[in-house]
Design a protein around this ligand. Structure first.
Ligand code: FMN
Length: 216
């Protein structure tokens, strides 16, 4: 079996981590790079990864995540934030800087305005009915999240996607530490604790291939 399929078999939703084991900096870097290099709609990378290893911060976050044991026991907690709609307006510095990178002639403001407007038109007319820019940004965060969990498994590191958290509480904790993480600008897509399993892996329960795949 190749190392990638081994990683898919190794990954499971780890419920409690071994608190004595910490992830080495180069492994953590490789995991974060798997997130950073993920694809995104229009190349907008509508995410930001906050990495936490400090026990006091984890303690505060734990209660905002319904005291799930992964938060305190993990080696590193990555909070995957999505960038909210306010960061994707014509005036937004984030939008302008992100679009500017992809322009052939840097600094031509007409082209920059037109390219930003093209993206905003997509958001206004191109998104399915009922899907907001916030939804668009949040759903993309699942791509780097999945890539980070698979990359971790590749290096023998465990993880668990945590969707059970209180958005406002997590954001209030982050904003109190760094005001740039205001709920006006960001919200939480997922919490991703990483570390080393304490207990044996749970069985992987999945539908059979023919039940989830259709060839036409
Ligand atoms: C978006 C999302 C949110 C999840 N939230 C939680 C959670 O809050 N707590 C938890 O223990 N597991 C959580 N999980 C893990 C799933 O329960 C788990 O992946 C699923 O039951 C399949 O098990 P496996 O990953 O071990 O194969 C979440 C998974 C996803 C994808």
């Amino acid at each position: 079996m190749n190392k990638l399929s081994q990683a898919f078999d190794f990954r499971h939703a780890c419920k409690v981590f071994d608190e004595t084991k910490k992830i080495a900096p180069n492994d953590l870097d490789a995991i974060l790079d798997a997130g950073r290099k993920s694809p995104s709609s229009f190349g907008m990378e509508p995410w930001h990864f906050v990495v936490i290893s400090d026990a006091d911060i984890k303690q505060k976050l734990s209660s905002a995540c319904y005291n799930q044991p992964q938060i305190m026991s993990c080696s590193h907690l990555v909070i995957v934030l999505y960038r909210k709609a306010v960061q994707f307006t014509m005036q937004s510095e984030y939008l302008r800087q992100t679009v500017r990178r992809n322009l052939p002639t840097e600094g031509v403001s007409f082209e920059l305005d037109a390219a930003c407007q093209y993206f905003i038109n997509y958001c206004t007319n191109g998104l399915p009915e009922g899907v907001s820019i916030d939804n668009w940004a949040e759903m993309q965060c699942y791509i780097p999240s999945a890539n980070m969990m698979t990359a971790a498994a590749y290096y023998g590191i465990d993880s668990c996607a945590i969707g059970g958290f209180e958005h406002n509480k997590v954001m209030a904790i982050l904003e109190a530490i760094k005001p740039q993480f205001s709920i006006n600008n960001f919200d939480v897509a997922l919490c991703l604790p990483f570390g080393y399993r304490k207990n044996p892996q749970s069985p992987q329960i999945r539908w059979k291939k023919e039940e989830v795949v259709t060839f036409l």
